[in-house]
Design a protein around this ligand. Sequence first.
Ligand code: C5P
Length: 240
Amino acid sequence: MGKDSREARPVIALDFPSKSEVVNFLAKFPIDERLFVKIGMEIFYQEGPEIVRYVKSLGHSIFLDLKLHDIPNTVKSAMRRLACLGVDITNVHAAGGVKMMEEARLGLNEGTPTNREIPKLIAVTQLTSTREESIKKEQLVSVSLEESVVNYARNAQKAGLDGVVCSALEVEKIKASTSSNFICLTPGIRPVGANAGDQKRVVTPSKAREIGSDYIVVGRPITQAKNPYKIYHKVKEEWN
Ligand code: C5P
């Protein structure tokens, strides 16, 4: 993927407990500003698919971050349903295996109405909250965290997925082991001077650009800001 084909808008993580907070937050942006937002488990489990339809009705692009992980047949059926929502990107856990990811791809392809573009499908590798020590002790993984991440990315590519969710610090290795147009969507981004919160290995938007991220996800620095629109533009400027 060339520089120009990267998503120019930072993806804002709409981590809010209910629709009213989402409505209030989005009202802080000009009405004609088309955003790219991430709808995750918290708001989806509270409001259901309706929240996706609502955000879409405002004209925003959506990454539906539900991280599916179940037997292949169940994930395929779930993806068929999600395909009807018209999101731009959605995801599964690579830990579900190649077969599960293949079925997820099929479900998404089959479920997308013919007049709509098939959503991009990406896989979560190792969560950025996972530490090397815990994959060794709890998962009995004998390779390094980085090798495990790269292996999951290769499996995702083999299964026909478009990319992965990963730490910006893993992008170079992943692209080298898959291909340059294999999407790397990276959370854990903090604009210069922002609080890292519970994120461990944070990267600035401009560093993420330099490393090769295709999409950056930014939550609290924007959602908790006094002036979200101002911070959003600062992040966007740093990213572009
Ligand atoms: O507020 P913050 O910028 O840390 O939000 C990052 C978002 O990205 C959160 O919604 C979090 O769940 C998500 N995420 C992450 N690390 C991953 C996958 C998703 O931080 N590996």
